[in-house]
Design a protein. Structure first.
Length: 261
């Protein structure tokens, strides 16, 4: 499994993906899950993948070769897509095609094969707006909105609370990256299926550029961030009052007798 997150704020977009892939506790390896397409001055796109690795890799290979959508007679790729919405359609079509192929014919054996997969697509094309999409294995997708300015795929439950509490549409891009890395630190601590190195891309709005970085387990900033977050959580819960009813007298079942702790 894996964990990927995209955070779309007023200043721009940041996407982070881990690299861990496992087929059991004794078969763990690393594969890049964040794939970037750049054409200077024209587009910057990032695709993060989660789920069955063979499905996502095959789908990306199909997209690279070209996808012919039902409403077109020409093959299209992420390099030629006229809009981010069209790019999402291309990726969705590729995912659905691969999953359908693996599940055909629909036998009990085929149905038992885990071909679940999903993708995050984020970026900007030409004069179009910057956006972020979550693409499901069936080929349909949703777009990130302003009320909840992030999308996740994979092992998302451990990293979701910090984003729910702290990330807003007006959060500065640098702070969004910090929150995303805290989200990963929390996930890595609780789930062995997620691990470094992490791949990160930061895309300022309307600049059609993306700064990429790989964050290893011994990255000084990431380690310090995790340590500070743990200390801040410990200090926060110690500073909060104890439940007032914990030390209250409790009634004994025998009449007229109270138990005081």
């Amino acid at each position: 499994m894996t964990y990927c997150v995209g955070m779309l704020v007023d200043e721009g977009l940041a996407m982070i993906a881990d690299t861990r892939t496992n087929a059991g506790v004794d078969n763990i390896s690393s594969y890049r899950k964040l794939h970037v397409t750049k054409i200077p001055g024209d587009r910057v796109l990032a695709v993060a993948t989660a789920g069955n690795l063979s499905v996502t890799q095959t789908a990306l290979a199909l997209v690279a070769a070209g996808i012919k959508l039902p409403d077109s007679t020409a093959f299209e790729t992420l390099q030629t897509a006229p809009s981010l919405f069209r790019a999402a359609q291309i990726l969705g079509n590729a995912l659905a095609t691969v999953r359908a192929t693996l599940n055909s014919p629909p036998t009990p054996t085929a149905d038992s094969l885990n071909v679940s997969a999903s993708m995050l697509l984020g970026g900007q094309i030409g004069g179009g707006k910057m956006g972020l999409y979550l693409i499901y294995g069936q080929g349909n997708f949703i777009e990130c909105g302003r009320d909840t300015p992030y999308l996740q795929i994979g092992e998302l439950k451990y990293g979701k609370p910090i984003l729910d509490r702290a990330l807003r549409i007006d959060t500065p891009l640098a702070e969004a990256v910090k929150l995303g890395l805290i989200s990963f630190d929390s996930t890595i601590r609780s789930n062995i299926a997620v691990g470094p190195p992490l791949d990160l891309i930061i895309m300022p709005r309307d600049e059609l550029t993306g700064a990429e970085r790989r964050i290893s387990a011994d990255d000084d900033y990431f380690r310090d961030l995790g340590r500070r977050w743990s200390e801040a959580l410990a200090a926060a819960h110690r500073a909060m009052p104890d439940p007032p009813w914990v030390d209250e007298p409790r009634e004994d079942p025998r009449p007229g007798i109270a138990i005081v702790r």
